[in-house]
Ligand binder design. Structure first.
Ligand code: NAD
Ligand code: WQD
Length: 338
């Protein structure tokens, strides 16, 4: 049983990925300082899998504390690095905090991996590295444009740091995964998105509005040059995303990499508008979330969706779930946790 270190393992995507790793025979330890999560997510993981995963409540910026975890586990076979601050708006207000957390955390991790001789690393990147992309769908070769926020810039910097290191240290085996818009929850409704910060992404805002936990959803902009005037995104189910991490890890461990630092887009390859997402929710939940049409949100790109052919060809990965599955599982989770 290969032991995988998951940073940010108590967070949304990290906890769902742990379920998939355990289902595929990996053992897992987590490092998470709980800045945007609680260990309740690992209780959810245990309820689903029967496995209790240990979390070290350590800040990746605290190098001595991080080093202690590496010393305690000399048998780590690979690292999946989710831990980061991720709120775009907050990053505009607190750029220094974002650069420090997301960049220093990565640098500490890389130094300790190097010292311990651990090669496989999967890094959470984001479609936000493309900026305001002009060609759609975006492929991994679509040029990265200027980042729209300090958050997005930390992801571009993370990618650049990893590419630079991979160039001079061929012993590193790195995969950069560019997620589009992750959403939805585990089928069991025992695990889902439970951030400590108030939710701001579309799907949790829809489910919270439908559940009466917030007064309404505001649709940000209806005058965009799209089929219904609202923005278009590529919503990917969190369990499909989780599976991609396991497959990327197997890809590295089985020596199938074409280069020692590769990039993969992870989306479903289809654009869904905000109004279509609301309609999908209403269709599967049978509840109309209270919503009103509002002004544009500054910084939003008009439309972005992925070409994921490279992940399909090299990793053998396919997204299996639709926007309806996203809404159904997100709604079941919203109801289960209230
Ligand atoms: P999340 O906030 O739910 O999970 C991140 C976890 O990392 C949290 O539990 C947080 O407590 C922890 N963390 C943050 N800084 C830390 C530090 N310095 N030391 C230790 N732990 C720390 O976010 P998520 O949605 O699960 O995102 C996971 C990763 O995927 C992040 O890197 C994020 O930037 C990236 N990503 C997310 C999305 C999205 O929309 N959710 C899209 C693209 C990329
Ligand atoms: C989706 C659509 C909004 C809330 C963000 C980050 C990106 C990546 C994924 C991390 C947009 C609209 C939303 C609401 C709305 N994260 N919306 N009313 O902005 O596409 O991407 O998460 O890497 O970097 O920027 O996601 O869920 O906030 O918005 O109308 O209350 O829903 O305008 O069109 P976004 P989102």
């Amino acid at each position: 049983m290969a032991k995988i270190l998951v940073t940010g393992g108590c967070g949304y995507i990290g906890s769902h990925t742990i379920v998939d790793l355990l289902d595929n025979g990996f053992s897992v330890i987590s490092i998470d300082n709980l800045v945007n999560s609680t260990e309740a997510s690992l209780a959810g993981v245990e309820a689903i899998t029967g496995v209790k995963v240990k979390n070290y409540t350590v800040d990746l910026c605290d190098r001595p504390a991080l080093e202690k975890v590496f010393k305690e586990h000399p048998d780590i076979a690979g690292v999946i690095h989710f831990a980061a601050l991720k709120l775009v708006g907050e990053s505009v207000q607190q750029p220094l905090r974002y650069y420090k957390n997301n960049v220093l955390g990565l640098l500490n991790l890389l130094e300790l991996m190097q010292e311990a001789g651990i090669a496989p690393l999967i890094f959470s990147s984001s479609c936000s590295v493309y900026g305001n992309a002009t060609e759609l769908p975006v492929t991994e070769d679509t040029p990265r444009l200027a980042a729209e926020s300090p958050y997005a810039r930390t992801k571009q910097m993370g990618e650049d740091i990893l590419q630079d290191i991979a160039r001079v240290d061929p012993s590193f085996k790195i995969v950069l995964l560019r997620y589009f818009n992750p959403a939805g929850a585990h089928e069991s409704a025992l695990l889902g998105e439970a951030p400590s910060n108030p939710a701001s992404n579309l799907v949790p805002v829809i489910t919270e509005a439908a559940a009466g936990k917030r007064p309404e959803l505001v649709v940000f902009g209806t005058d965009y040059p799209t089929r219904d005037g609202s923005c278009i995104r590529d919503y990917i189910h969190v369990m499909d995303l989780a599976a991609a991490h396991t497959q990327a890890l197997q890809y590295i461990l089985e020596g199938r990499q074409e280069a020692n630092c590769e990039i993969f887009n992870l989306g479903i390859g289809e654009g869904v508008s905000v109004l279509e997402a609301v309609a999908a929710f209403e269709r599967v939940a049978g509840v109309r979330p209270p919503y009103r049409l509002g002004p544009r949100r500054p910084g939003d790109v008009v439309a972005i969706y992925a070409n994921y052919a490279r992940a399909a060809n090299r990793l053998g990965w396919q997204p299996r779930r639709s926007i309806d599955d996203i809404m159904r599982t997100a709604w079941a989770w919203e109801q289960a946790r209230s």
